[in-house]
Design a protein around this ligand. Structure first.
Ligand code: AMP
Length: 285
């Protein structure tokens, strides 16, 4: 694999390789098996894969979160070396390379700007829009893989691509979990041991919610989720919403749900000082 940190070198390398389709996996590093699974999928589908490692400052509404975000580029490269092939590229740009001047673009993602993560992290998806559109312009991928772990982000990116008319194909990837069910996340390593021990209850709870929908209405399910999570010391429920697949409009009552349609139960939890998100498909069968 090649490790490249400038746009010029990245573009000239891709040009001289002249391989297609170009597969792309954008990440913020601190890689785990979730990321690596996306990379393997990209490699199965493309003769050349670009993996970017860039902690994007514009998507952090909380500056402390940006400061504390885990970074270990040497370890990341070691993990990628086991998967990537000779022609694949790890792109590790600096902030100045991505934003030579301040990015003042303002995106509008409709309802996606109003719910869940958007409500609690103002400006977050605008930053995601900035970095992903910038990276797409630089890499010019034919396909890009994004994890369903960040369910709302995936919807935002599909909307971004729809708005820009970019030809890139967005491929969703299932959530990769630890053995105990906790969704893998770079932030998991920041959890205090006791919090980490209790964190699998997040997935257990949304799994329970997905079963309860057969016989219970949504307010009861939301109550169960809140009780379950807040029974744990130092855990706080930020939200649990059941939303439709595309616009992510919250469904308030079971009667609004249509059999055969896809819905997702999306949760955000403050676990100690760390914010964790997860989601599960929920449907009337
Ligand atoms: P991040 O480094 O957190 O920005 O994540 C980079 C990509 O990896 C995004 O598309 C995420 O949705 C995806 N990702 C992160 N964790 C997981 C996971 N546990 N399972 C599947 N995809 C993931």
């Amino acid at each position: 694999m090649k490790v490249i940190s400038t746009i010029n070198e990245l573009q000239s390398t891709l040009k001289s390789l002249s391989l297609s389709p170009v597969g792309f996996v954008p990440t913020m590093g601190a890689l785990h098996e979730g990321h690596l699974s996306l990379v393997r999928t990209a490699a199965e589908q493309s003769p050349v894969v670009v993996v970017s490692i860039f902690v994007n400052p514009t998507q952090f509404n909380d500056k402390n979160d940006l400061k504390n975000y885990p970074r270990d580029i040497a370890k990341d490269l070691g993990l990628l070396k086991n998967i990537l092939r000779e022609n694949d590229i790890v792109f590790t740009p600096s902030v100045e390379e991505i934003y030579p001047v301040e990015d003042k673009r303002v995106f509008s993602f409709g309802n996606l700007d109003l719910v869940m993560e958007a409500k609690h992290r103002p400006g977050h998806f605008n930053g995601v829009g900035q970095v992903v559109s910038r990276l797409f312009d630089i890499v010019k991928p034919d396909l890009a893989i994004f994890g369903l772990k960040d369910f709302q982000q995936l919807a935002v990116i599909k909307e971004l691509v729809r708005q820009t008319g970019d030809k890139v194909k967005i491929i969703p990837h299932p959530i990769i979990r630890e053995k105990d069910g906790l969704a893998m996340s770079s932030r998991n390593m920041l959890l205090e041991p006791e919090i980490r021990m209790n964190a699998p209850l997040i997935y257990k709870t949304i799994k329970q919610a997905s079963l309860m929908i057969r016989e219970n209405d949504i307010p009861e399910i939301q109550l169960m989720v809140k009780r379950n999570i807040e029974n744990l010391e130092n855990f706080e429920l930020i939200y649990f919403e059941i939303v439709d697949d595309t616009e992510l409009k919250p469904v308030e009552n079971r009667a609004e749900m249509i059999a055969g349609e896809k819905y997702y139960g999306c949760i955000a939890v403050k676990a100690g000082k760390i914010r964790l998100i997860d989601n599960i498909e929920i449907g009337l069968v």
